[in-house]
Design a protein around this ligand. Structure first.
Ligand SMILES: Cc1ncc(COP(=O)(O)O)c(C=O)c1O
Length: 384
């Protein structure tokens, strides 16, 4: 009875690992989570904002489409402060970045269309795109952030390119300026829609120029989220879209009216009280320290053949070992260590990447990173 789209749905590895973790009580070091540290969620401020906005019953009314006008204006400021140019584009509030990606997939992809996607990629985005088309080509991303170049023949066929130039998930790498320029040229020359997914920008001190700033032809749809710096449960994200598409995006929001009015009012209040910029700088410092600690400890403890990416911030370091990290997960969990096997972030040649894993520091305190790395290093050595 299911549609062909429904038959292509599958569980993301992140969901599988997080379901497993919920059942396990004894995880000491959670290198698996992509959620922010609960200690960095501004709980008191959110509580105060909630009480304030609830004084007006309007905070519980229907959301309409596009998001509250005042929130959209505040988000324009937030983007400008992050160095993202909003010129000639509209901010449309979404229920997190995931909802933004789903709306974009729905609006742009027919069954016969081709997608161009990084390999590895944020697999949950791929699941959303794959819901609409099963045709895709890949760009391989290395541990140093280098990327392969698609052929002319590929570019001619592709309609939509999905990319994470800044702190790519799962590798934590950054795309170089030249490759960014080439993407913009491809978009112009081959008439591509480019989806730039950028939720980690607030977590690096010196992010590079986003694709959207370089785009003079209105080909880039910029997506971001407040999940990583405020709280994922509030479900507030956005699309910064060329005017040409913004109305269609709002029309798509009529399909479910899933924006949460209360969340929008809370986030608006937090923005007006400057809570978000304060928490973002604190979070940036904290996560950068943890990433540095993790990188130093990998250097100290991992066997010589293990390689890893070297991010300057964000949540993730991607490692490449000679053991099957998917098979090793059960053993690691039994010793209190969780991570996400990297092969599931690949959409092609998964078995070739069974030695990879994504390690996230977002929910691991500095003092626990050492224990986690030592246990993992010993397991990797024992099973090599
Ligand atoms: C690259 C990327 N895009 C989108 C998302 C989804 O974010 P949200 O919670 O806003 O839906 C995530 C979350 O892990 C992510 O890493």
């Amino acid at each position: 009875m299911l549609s062909s789209r429904a038959r292509r749905l599958y569980w993301s590895p992140i969901e599988i690992v997080s379901k497993k973790l919920k059942r396990l009580k004894s995880i000491k070091v959670d290198f698996a989570s992509g959620a922010p540290d609960p200690e960095l969620i501004p709980l008191n401020e959110i509580r105060e904002s909630t009480l304030r906005v609830l004084e007006d019953p309007g905070s519980l009314s229907y959301p309409g489409t596009g998001g509250l006008a005042e929130l959209r204006r505040e988000l324009v400021h937030l983007l400008s402060n992050l160095g993202v140019s909003v010129h000639g584009r509209e901010v449309i509030v979404t229920s997190g970045a995931q909802n933004a990606l789903h709306i974009i997939a729905d609006l742009f992809l027919d069954e016969e269309d081709y997608l161009l996607v990084e390999n590895p990629t944020f697999i949950e985005a791929f699941i959303a795109f794959n819901h609409y088309t099963n045709n895709y080509y890949t760009i391989n991303v290395g541990l140093d952030g280098s990327r392969t170049t698609p052929s002319k023949n590929t570019l001619v066929q592709v309609k939509l390119l999905y990319t994470m130039p800044e702190l790519h998930n799962p590798t934590g790498t950054v795309m170089d300026y030249d490759y960014r320029k080439r993407i913009i040229e491809w978009a112009r020359d081959y008439d591509l829609i480019v989806v730039e997914d950028d939720p980690y920008r607030p977590l690096v001190p010196d992010p590079r120029e986003p694709l959207v700033n370089m785009d003079k032809n209105q080909r880039v749809l910029y997506v971001t989220s407040l999940s990583k710096v405020v709280a994922p449960g509030l479900r507030i994200g956005l699309i910064l879209a060329p005017r040409e598409y913004s109305e269609k995006i709002e029309q798509a929001q009529q399909l479910d009216f899933s924006l949460n009015t209360l969340s929008m009012h809370i986030v608006l209040d937090l923005l007006k009280k400057k809570v978000i910029s304060k928490i973002a700088s604190k979070a940036r410092r904290e996560y950068m320290n943890r990433i540095k600690t993790l990188l130093d400890l990998l250097e100290d403890h991992m066997p010589g053949e293990v390689e890893w990416s070297r991010p300057r911030g964000g949540f993730y370091v991607f490692i490449n070992t000679r053991v099957d990290m998917d098979k090793l997960l059960g053993k690691a969990l039994s010793m209190g260590i969780a991570y996400v096997p990297g092969k599931y972030f690949y959409i092609e040649n998964r078995e070739a990447y069974k030695g990879t894993a994504r390690l996230s520091i977002s929910r691991v305190r500095e003092q626990d990173i050492e224990y986690g790395v030592k246990v993992l290093a010993k397991l990797i050595r024992d099973y090599s």
